[in-house]
Ligand binder design. Structure first.
Ligand code: ZN
Ligand code: ZN
Length: 371
């Protein structure tokens, strides 16, 4: 009898079913991952609520989990050569499965590939061999999957930060070209905001300022521990006034919005960035329009607004390198983990709908543990 994988399947908004699925035989060009961890982010929460229903990620039933860490369980000889891996290697798997041929793949943005394949968000559970997501003990490695080697000696919870860290590298450093001495404001102290502090420090940023709400007490103290110079509680203080004060009127070179739902950080960013500065837009607003958005301000201040989705090959590699060197300092971000059959609770803890001990920062499915 075939070995079975345990999986969590999102069938409807807010509805998980737990199943066992036969692990498929592989050929020369594919493989099987033994999942170690699947990190959760705001996208998992929106997917769970059904908020992605008018987007390409509206697939159900689906095994969620797009921030995937694991070990090579089985690999065909051709795939082993191409990925340069062997059984037992620890790897991270990128969410998208790019075609390699289309315009976006050719210009180096495989994340925007039109082929509609990808783990945890795009490939539904009904597509054989079914194992297309990280909320599972095993996952199918398609010949087109993109893998990165991970160090074997970093603990699971810290290594599972590789995806938010790679986002932080791309959003706070690569895309706005953050350099030595730059003043950067990070709006929203979620896991990506906190890791953006680490990434910006690595890049040589000067002043790092993080904004949050009064519900973010733990997160803002973590921001300071990780290297933020100043934190602003936006319920108590006007963030634009504070940034003006802190920078002596120069304003910020770069503002990165990683807050979800709230739209005011976008209009605040336009006020707190200096003329000629850059605003990186990364926090999803459930497709809501931005009240009081005045595009003329972009013109008169010559502000660049940069929308960012996901990571790049290089940002994942840099992320793994930062975690290898600085992992110990990131331990406090890893607040919660749950086995596959508690996926529902994991997502609700991430969404702060369920409180389970400390304030949730980074939540992951620990696929190697069982209840
Ligand atoms: Zn994610
Ligand atoms: Zn493509």
């Amino acid at each position: 009898m075939a070995e079975m994988a345990k999986v969590a399947v999102l069938t409807e908004p807010r509805t998980f079913e737990y199943h066992e699925v036969a692990i498929p035989e592989i050929g020369p060009d594919d493989g099987i991952l033994r999942v170690e961890a699947a990190g959760l982010c705001g996208t998992d929460w929106e997917q769970y609520l059904g908020h992605l229903d008018n987007t390409p990620w509206a697939v159900r039933p689906i095994i969620p989990g797009h921030e995937i860490l694991g070990w090579i369980d089985k690999v065909g000889p051709e795939a082993a050569k191409r990925w340069d891996v062997k059984e037992g290697d620890r790897v991270t798997v990128e969410a998208s499965i790019p075609c390699g041929q289309c315009f976006q793949c050719q210009v180096g943005r495989p994340v925007l590939c039109k082929n509609g394949m990808g783990y945890g968000l795009r490939m539904g559970f009904n597509n054989a061999p079914h194992l297309w997501g990280g909320y599972a003990t095993h996952m199918y490695l398609h010949p087109g999957a993109t893998l990165h080697k991970a160090p074997s000696d970093v603990p699971t919870d810290i290594m599972s930060l590789f995806n938010p860290m790679s986002n932080a590298v791309r959003w706070a450093v690569e895309r706005p070209e953050t350099g030595i001495g730059d003043t950067i404001v990070i709006e929203g102290p979620g896991q990506r905001g906190l890791l953006a502090v680490v990434a910006a420090r690595e890049a040589g940023a000067g002043q790092i300022i993080v904004t949050g709400t009064k519900n973010d007490t733990l997160r803002l103290s973590l921001a300071r521990e990780l290297g933020a110079d100043e934190t602003i509680v936006v319920d108590d203080e006007d963030p634009v006034e504070r940034v003006t004060e802190i920078t002596g009127g120069k304003l910020a070179d770069i503002v990165v919005d990683v807050s979800s739902f709230a739209t005011k950080p976008i209009t605040d960013a336009i006020e707190m960035v200096r003329p000629g500065g850059k605003v990186v837009v990364a926090g999803l607003k459930s497709f809501a329009p931005i009240p009081n958005f005045v595009s003329d301000k972009l013109i008169t201040k010559e502000i660049s607004m940069l929308g960012v989705l996901s990571s790049s090959w290089s940002s994942v590699e840099k992320s793994i390198d930062i975690i290898r060197r600085k992992g110990d300092t990131l331990k406090k971000l890893c607040t919660h983990h749950y086995p596959v059959d508690q996926a529902d609770k994991a997502v609700r803890v991430l969404g702060r709908e369920v409180i389970d001990g400390p304030e949730a920062v980074h939540v992951h499915i620990d696929a190697a543990s069982t209840t």
